[in-house]
Write a protein that binds this ligand. Sequence first.
Ligand code: C2E
Ligand code: CA
Ligand code: CA
Ligand code: CA
Length: 280
Amino acid sequence: VKALGRNDFQFFDPEMQSSAQERLEIEKGLHQALDNNEFELWFQPQLCSDDTIFAAEALIRWKHPQKGIILPGSFINIAEDSGQIVEIGNWVLKQALEQLASWKQRGLPKTFKKLAINISPVQFMQVNFVEDFLKLLNEVKLPGQMIELEITENMLLNNFEIASNKMKILKRRGISFAIDDFGTGYSSLKYLRHLPLDVLKIDRSFVTGLRSSSDQAAIVEVIIATADRLDLMIIAEGVETLNERSALMELGCHCFQGYLFSKPLPAEVFFSKLTASSAV
Ligand code: C2E
Ligand code: CA
Ligand code: CA
Ligand code: CA
């Protein structure tokens, strides 16, 4: 028997062992992945109702030499538990900023405002996070205004004091903050209003199958009212159908990210699409 939490016990069975084995394999693989340059950033457009791409979210992919492309859902958790997320997250930041700087040099459409980058709580809580990030920003000579950091609500509330101090420092340099997966955690207005947030992302679970008249719509309505109270811009995640889009618009959400518009794309494909879609 293995003790998990306070009074939460679980028995080892062969299946669990194999999954522990798998985790170990991924952990080992992640080590080499950084050294062998197996990570890649892909980019998913964010659009408003006028159909211009105003931003993009950077999403990591692992090009495994044997297994092909591995999605972050299969390794980010493991990397967080093992601590490898710090190194991986630093790679993501550097790669994202360098990519953006190079696009900026080649010419970005005026309508394209920023790149959003996912930050793991473990990474954000590192003592040097702010210092290292600002150093990187200086090196690539990008204005902070072009960067948005996506963080989850639980992270913010579990480390409220430290998180909000870090956010305030970055905020002064123009960096904006999006609260990711909103509605899946336990955030309350009371706390959120003390944080320098800019964007609220409605989690995909509330968007899938949304019609303007349903219980689900009532939830989205509350989320949108919360965003309005906090003066936050709203982006809906995981928009796959025209019905979902029109329901969202009826409820007051006008910016979207999802397969309806585009899946995440490799850097060059994204850049072509971006520059083709609007005048530079
Ligand atoms: P997330 O931040 O919520 O990112 C959105 C996820 O939804 C992405 O999955 C994206 O491909 C997917 N998605 C977007 N539109 C649709 C849609 O219309 N339908 C469906 N079914 N899915 C859609 P992805 O790329 O597999 O990433 C999964 C999660 O892994 C992310 O969720 C994020 O939490 C984490 N992640 C990804 N990249 C990074 C990274 O660079 N650093 C960290 N710390 N976490 C990352
Ligand atoms: Ca995200
Ligand atoms: Ca999300
Ligand atoms: Ca999500």
